[in-house]
Design a binder for this molecule. Structure first.
Ligand code: KG4
Ligand code: ZN
Length: 346
């Protein structure tokens, strides 16, 4: 529930324009969002091409690129939103979790802009921001809901009982779901980032071609994906002629099967009103299809943010900043960057 914090004018009024800044990994992003509802602009400058030759994100390259791109991206976000800098009411930026060098660029810039413009600064938890992507499209989403947050760095099953009120039901004990997609893609020579590559090629494959293991499927809400990656490697060694689309589709099916089965069980056990997807892997076509089927069968509401809202962006950061501003007020300007920040769970 939103705590009863008395905010000074003009922060308490409606129509608050928040500039969101996201630099936790390899996307330099800025957005202007009004009251966590109306996205006036959302600019994402992807560094994919810079990191692709290395098969993954190189932290040093990421932070240097953020330094170069962030201010032009902010300027573009203001331009596209059709507002001047004196019309920004607050600045929210991701303070963690993420790569320390990358985070420092966004946090420093956001605090400096807030100071110069004389507006509140709000430090945002990147994981909470992913949860709030769904609220941008469905602001009146009825709680409690079960959120499956699946990204390159995290795999969390969360019961969201109120705004800012989360219960962590389970998480991965080894690789994150997106990490598994990226590693298997690299192994199969499909390139980086792996998720979209596997998603695409799997469309031409048979998901039942290889029966890969579904780790800890029937036990609790934790996940494990490192054994699945090893199973793919072992299978290819024994069957070198196997068609890549079949492998990709079968691997994807195993990941999606575990994610959808556990999310469904959690929604039933905790009487959730709906199921929501968040994080980069939530852009996966097969996962979206399965979650949609589950929700139709179980009479649950389904919240699938648009694909551009699933991967890292700053609109979700601005939305989370708005909710945090309402519940906790502005953050102090001596806030740091926290690479291992966790979701604030009960
Ligand atoms: O949320 P995100 O943009 O960044 C992190 O916070 O990690 O997620 C990136 C991850 C990568 O591992 C990427 O391969 C995965 O999301 N991803 C996908 C798809 N699009 C992105 N995984 C599966 N299918 C996709 N279509
Ligand atoms: Zn993310």
């Amino acid at each position: 529930m939103v705590k009863d914090v008395v905010l000074p004018e003009p922060i308490a009024r409606e129509g608050l324009r928040i500039l969101g800044i996201e630099t936790s990994c390899d996307e330099t992003a800025a957005a202007v969002v009004v009251d966590a509802r109306d996205v006036l602009s959302s600019v994402v400058s992807s560094q994919v091409e810079l990191h692709a030759p290395y098969g993954g994100v190189v932290p040093e390259i990421a932070s240097r690129a953020h330094v170069e791109f962030l201010i032009p991206v902010v300027a573009r976000a203001l331009l596209e939103a059709g507002i001047d800098d004196d019309q920004v009411d607050a600045v929210g930026a991701t303070v963690g979790p993420g790569l320390i060098g990358s985070l420092l660029v966004g946090v420093s810039a956001a605090k400096a802009l807030a100071l110069v413009w004389g507006v509140p600064f709000v430090g945002v938890n990147h994981l909470e921001a992913h949860l709030y992507a769904a609220f941008l499209e469905e602001p009146d989403l009825e709680l409690p809901i079960v959120v499956l947050l699946v990204s390159g760095g995290h795999t969390l099953l969360v019961l969201m009982e109120g705004h800012g009120q989360y219960r962590l039901l389970g998480s991965t004990i080894d690789d994150a779901a997106g990490e598994a997609f990226d590693k298997v893609s690299r192994y199969l020579g499909l390139g980086y980032p792996g998720g979209p590559a596997i998603d695409n090629i799997a469309l031409e494959g048979d998901p039942r071609a290889v029966e890969f293991p579904r780790a800890i499927l029937d036990e609790g809400y934790d996940f494990s994906f490192s054994g699945l990656k090893t199973a793919v490697v072992n299978y290819v060694r024994k069957n070198p002629g196997v068609p890549i689309p079949d492998l990709a589709a079968s691997f994807q099916e195993a990941v999606v099967d575990v994610l959808a089965t556990k999310a469904r069980r959690a929604a039933r056990e905790f009487n959730a009103k709906g199921l929501c997807l968040a994080g980069g892997v939530a852009a996966n076509s097969r996962l979206r299809e399965r979650i949609l089927d589950v929700c139709v069968e179980d009479g649950l509401r389904v919240f699938l943010p648009g694909r551009s809202m699933c991967t890292d962006n700053a609109a979700m950061v601005a939305a989370a900043a708005w909710w945090r501003l309402r519940s906790d007020g502005p953050s102090p300007l001596d806030v740091g960057a926290y690479p291992n920040l966790r979701l604030p769970v009960a």
